[in-house]
Design a protein around this ligand. Sequence first.
Ligand code: NAG
Ligand code: NAG
Ligand code: NAG
Ligand code: NAG
Ligand code: NAG
Ligand code: NAG
Ligand code: NAG
Length: 919
Amino acid sequence: MLHAKDFILALLLVGSTVCLEVEITPTQGEISVGESKFFLCEIVGVAKEIDWYSPSGERIEPNKPEITVTRNDESSSTLTLYKAGVDSAGTYKCLATNGDQSAEATVNVKFYQRITFKNAPSPQEFNEGDNANIVCDVISSPPPTIIWKHKGAKIQMEKDVRFKILPNNHLQIRGIKKTDEGSYTCEGRLMARGEIDLKIIRVIVNVLPTIRVWQSEVNATAGVGQSAILTCAADGYPEPMVTWARAGVLLESGDKYSFNEDGSEMTIMEVAKLDEGEYTCIAKNKAGESEQELSLRVFVKPKITFLLNQSTSEMEEQVTLTCEASGDPTPTINWSFGLRPFTEGEQASWTRPEQHKSLDGNVVVRSDARVSSLTLKYANFTDAGQYLCSARNAIGVDSQPAYLEVRYAPKIQGSVTVYTWEGNAANISCEVLAHPSDVSMLWLRDGFQLPNANVTKAKVFQSPTASYLEVTPESENDFGSYNCTASNEMGTESKEFLLIQADVPSAPSLGEVEPFSSSARVEFQEPDATGGVPILQYRAEWKTVGRGSWVQRVYDVQGGALSEVTIIGLKPETNYEVKMSAINGKGEGETSPAVVFKTEPVRYSYANGIFHFFTEDSEGEPEPPKLEGTLQTKGNSLKVNWLKQDDGGSPITHYLVRYKPKHQADWKPEIRLPSGSEYVVLSGLEWNTEYNVFVVAENQQGKSQPGTLTIRTSPEPAAIPDIDGESALSTGIMAGILILAFVLLLLAVDVTCFFTNKCGLIMCLCGKPGSGAKGHNLEQGKAAFLKDESKEPIVEVRTEDECTANHNAGGPTEPSETTPLTEPELAAHTAALALDTLSSVATISDTANTTYDPAQDSPSSESTALTCSLSGLATDPLPAPAPAPTPESNTAPPTPFISTSDITARVAPPVRPPGRQLS
Ligand SMILES: *[C@@H]1O[C@H](CO)[C@@H](O)[C@H](O)[C@H]1NC(C)=O
Ligand SMILES: *[C@@H]1O[C@H](CO)[C@@H](O)[C@H](O)[C@H]1NC(C)=O
Ligand SMILES: *[C@@H]1O[C@H](CO)[C@@H](O)[C@H](O)[C@H]1NC(C)=O
Ligand SMILES: *[C@@H]1O[C@H](CO)[C@@H](O)[C@H](O)[C@H]1NC(C)=O
Ligand SMILES: *[C@@H]1O[C@H](CO)[C@@H](O)[C@H](O)[C@H]1NC(C)=O
Ligand SMILES: *[C@@H]1O[C@H](CO)[C@@H](O)[C@H](O)[C@H]1NC(C)=O
Ligand SMILES: *[C@@H]1O[C@H](CO)[C@@H](O)[C@H](O)[C@H]1NC(C)=O
């Protein structure tokens, strides 16, 4: 600037002498469009005025907005172009005047256009498939060169023909794809100025929604509060929104419809038949919208809407049951009666409304849409009852019964002929079927109602469905016809019944006779004529051929028929004749012709071993007894009865009984019973166990095959807390305690007796030497008794008697038939022994051998005292006058049967300590 000032000073110095000089700084003006620029016009010399002229030659007024002219001082003026446009280009002139002196200078202002993106918006959106025109309008002067870049590289137009740069520099992508989405760079270059500028344009490709549907038909059931869900999955860019319409009306969320977030799922609540139909789902986004139709199918469960009971009578023409049902799809209607369905042929589907007939042509089922009728052309009383109407469609079935009432006049049943004999009452049964069942029944005899004065021996019994006329004929006149007349509101029916004189049966015909040595089995056939009433008995008579008198026996017919009898008591190897007759209520019929047979000889056979099995034809030994077992209610015991069979010609001497639990190998000790015995009671058995029982009959010839029985004992009663042996044990303890108390009482009584009446046990004990110790005990007993005065002396004399006997037996134990028993087997023995005792009742002759004397089994005299009291107790709990005292137990009157629980108590070890205390 110093330099400039010096220069100006120089000019001034020159100017004052010469003239005005004008200079514009800068001398050249190049402005980018929109830029602002100023020019300074300086004067050398004195100038009154400094003016600027526009390119058009007009003087520029000062203080215009875009172009301002400012006089700085005497010698300078500034021209400012604000945001100049191209139109401001041209030559500007600065003119200085002073009087007539003037000077001027010019400056040429030139404009240029920088690279400018006039229209290159971002983002630019297109729909997939469009021919996208990516706009990038760039201006510059001189015009720029445009380059398009994508993903950092120049787009190679040659490589992808879809890309093209249009003459206006726009980038065209034909059939734009979603993959073409991204940032594109529009770059302008100006070689002349080395200028470069770029614009990044984001290209978005929108995709039209597409709808995916999994189920275009949805099924739902009406009337059950069910909801149906229709689903439309929509894809597209941007994420489409789904809306739903029905018949062109947009559906809105509410009571009926609800939608999920993006609308792709519509729930139709409480589906009803009305909801059936087409639904449109509409998916919409920027790219556009798509639609899809879905249909809702609404099913309705079958429901029987009409069905009535019907009533008819046998007289009427026909009756029709009608069943109406609703449902969707329309239900098919079926009928059934009881277990009988009306088969396919009788049924008609609503799709084939034809008429079908049942096999007998009586039932006609006619079905039409929703209605089916069942017609009975004529009603039989057997047609009355429940008819089931079933309506079925794809989703369900509804069934309802209708009742058909058939009214009919009484129908009389019952056998027409009734047999009886004089003096024997017989019932004539007039059984009636009728509906209504309100029936009045009458009996008539020769036109007169019964009972009446002439037929005294007739009684009438009424039941709702029958009338019984009980007639006891007195004479021939009472036989004949009786008329039963039954009537209800529908009509009357009568039937003649015949009371016929029964006859005695004809003779049975004898068949084969199978002889044994002492018996024979006689087969026979029922008489041809029973006389009208059942045969009650058969009589068999037999005798040795040619001599002797007839022996007879009558056999009862039990439970139906009898076709063979066994006659017994025959002698071996003897000719016999046998004949038979049948007996019914009326009397005994004719006797059959006699049949002759010969009994077999006695055959000896030698038994070795306890169970000797004989061949079929071996004889001489008894037949095995037939066994029958009964479980006893009290305790776990079993009573086995047997029926004596043929003894093979030699009387049975005794029976041998063996038994064991089936699962065990060892038998309980054999029990031997006298020949007259008919049963044995086995006790102390295991609960719920199968037992085998064998009974063998033995005679002189040997042993029979065993009669066998297998029986399961009852399950253990729950009420007994202990199990098995323990329960027996505790029962034993209980019994022992009771017994002890009782014995004490007895002793007390006895003591009382001794002191008052000089009788009783003490009396007898005192009569013997060496009984001092016992006397001492008895005094204690008396003391005990006296203390307890509340106790009554109940039992006395018998006890004393038994006790004496037992005490005697308490000495050295005598061997007896029943004593090969060892201590551990005590319980089993007891049972067996009890049986012996029992059997002794049956046969007195065997008593000496088999009577069980408990004392024999007792190891000490202490327990003897106890057991003797016990047997007194068990034997006869009531006071009874004593029979004459007998010193020997063996000859004592047979001891009555002792129940097993008593026995168990007596021999069970826990009982003993109290016994010891006693003595
Ligand atoms: C709807 O019911 C029709 C007629 O019973 C059946 O053919 C179709 O399969 C069912 N559609 C569905 C989705 O259960
Ligand atoms: C039809 O009869 C049955 C049995 O007699 C009865 O329970 C039912 O109520 C009756 N139904 C109509 C509709 O009368
Ligand atoms: C009625 O039914 C019974 C038994 O099915 C038959 O025996 C009888 O003949 C029928 N009655 C009529 C009138 O059809
Ligand atoms: C009707 O009867 C036919 C033939 O007995 C059977 O197949 C069908 O299931 C029955 N339909 C109904 C609704 O019980
Ligand atoms: C006849 O029937 C009535 C009623 O059932 C009965 O009480 C009566 O004992 C019967 N009489 C004879 C002899 O069976
Ligand atoms: C009873 O018998 C007599 C004589 O046979 C007859 O006249 C009378 O009508 C009979 N009465 C009745 C009620 O049967
Ligand atoms: C039974 O008696 C009635 C009344 O006397 C008569 O009408 C009917 O024919 C008689 N029935 C028979 C089967 O004899």
